[in-house]
Design a protein around this ligand. Structure first.
Ligand SMILES: NC(=O)c1ccc[n+]([C@@H]2O[C@H](COP(=O)([O-])OP(=O)(O)OC[C@H]3O[C@@H](n4cnc5c(N)ncnc54)[C@H](OP(=O)(O)O)[C@@H]3O)[C@@H](O)[C@H]2O)c1
Length: 350
């Protein structure tokens, strides 16, 4: 049954104890009216260590026990993408409401299966896309919505760093794709968000492997043509040396908005001694550095988790759902087809 009841406090169970799970916990510290009651990892030790670090009362390596646990309002899936389908199907089958991180699937087929499962069971489903909750980009959308730059006709969206920290993301079978999928999912959804989610018609993409020794692409550019002729350009790579690079350009008929989330952070330093953690995927901790203040806010982690917790509490709709995740996968699938064929390819989503 779809939940629409209101509740004072949302109880969460976290699936995953890795990189993104850590960001979720940092962010949840700023989200009122919620409590994380359990965490799952493949190994008991890692689950226990994560629970201890974040003061979570229950830790387990038994997924089925967690899925059956009484008193959990919402499951947060922060597992590697190749585990999303299986875990989300099991949660949906058990009638549990869930949020799943990006990309929803490795392919549109996987995402479609997940979407059908949550629809069939009537559970609430949220797509954990951070980019559209990034404070600077929320502000940009406010400018667009008040008509400040006129009708938006083109969105350029870039994300880059020097490659995934997770070994399985360099295995084509497990990862499902390189940066076009793993980073581009953010840029595609941000572009859809800025354009008010028109139907994506067709896609043209180029992928290449320029620096890394990998069967995956490490660089990609993709054009998306939407209904009515509006365009998006997605530029992603794993060849950028200086850490996470997030930039956007939103062009309307009467103005343009530029955002630079990690390049204009308001702090720049020259350090001869080790500066410690600087920003996500920073390769250096000395010399000229540009730390990011409050990463969980700046990257949208606080914004999206607050949105989903509030929406579940009040019965409001989720702004990002498995439907969005599925469309994103369908656009990226068309991108990979186009990179192979050298032609514009239709977006096959239903
Ligand atoms: N901005 C964002 O929204 C954002 C940012 C980063 C990542 N993500 C997404 O979050 C998901 C997880 O990414 P991550 O960076 O957190 O990954 P991660 O750090 O590699 O680990 C995530 C979890 O998966 C488990 N795991 C690691 N290798 C595994 C394997 N071979 N088989 C099964 N489980 C394995 C980890 O270990 P244990 O089971 O041992 O604990 C951990 O609990 C991905 O879908 C990624 O795209 C989203």
């Amino acid at each position: 049954m779809t939940r629409s009841r209101t509740t004072d406090e949302v109880t969460l169970a976290l699936l995953g104890a890795g990189f993104v799970a850590d960001f979720y916990m940092q962010a949840l510290a700023y989200v009122p009216h919620q409590r994380v009651v359990a965490v799952y990892s493949r190994t008991e030790e890692r689950a226990q260590a994560f629970a201890k670090k974040w003061n979570i009362p229950r830790a387990t390596d038994r997924l089925d026990d967690l899925i059956q646990l009484d008193g959990v309002d919402l499951y947060v899936v922060g597992l590697p993408t190749f585990r999303h389908q299986d875990v989300c199907l099991r949660l949906a089958e058990a009638g549990r409401s869930l949020l799943c991180t990006k990309p929803l699937g490795r392919t549109a087929a996987e995402a479609r299966t997940m979407l059908e499962a949550v629809r069939a069971r009537g559970v609430r489903h949220g797509y954990l896309e951070t980019e559209v909750f990034t404070p600077a980009l929320v502000r940009a959308k406010e400018l667009v919505d008040r008509g400040a730059i006129g009708e938006v006709v083109m969105v350029k969206s870039r994300e880059a760093h020097f490659g995934s920290h997770s070994p399985y993301n360099w295995d084509p079978e497990l990862a499902g794709g390189g940066p076009l999928l793993l980073l581009g999912s953010h840029n595609v959804e941000f572009s859809r968000f800025m354009l008010d989610k028109p139907r994506a018609v067709e896609v043209f993409a180029w992928t290449g492997t320029l620096v890394h020794q990998t069967p995956l692409e490490d660089t990609a550019v993709m054009l998306i043509r939407f209904d009515g002729g509006k365009m998006a350009q997605v530029e992603v790579n794993w060849i950028t040396r200086h850490g996470l690079d997030l930039r956007n350009e939103i062009t309307g008929r009467e103005g343009t908005i530029y955002t630079d989330i990690t390049g204009a952070t308001g702090i720049r330093a020259f350090a001869l001694r080790d500066a410690g953690y600087v920003l996500e995927k920073a390769p250096a901790t000395t010399g000229w550095i540009q730390p990011v203040a409050e990463e969980p806010f700046t990257y949208g982690y606080v914004g999206h988790l607050k949105h989903f917790v509030d929406a579940l509490r009040t019965g409001a709709p989720f702004a990002e759902t498995f439907e969005d995740g599925y469309v994103v996968n369908a656009i990226i699938d068309a991108g990979y087809r186009s990179a192979r064929s050298g032609r514009w390819e239709p977006v096959e989503s239903s």
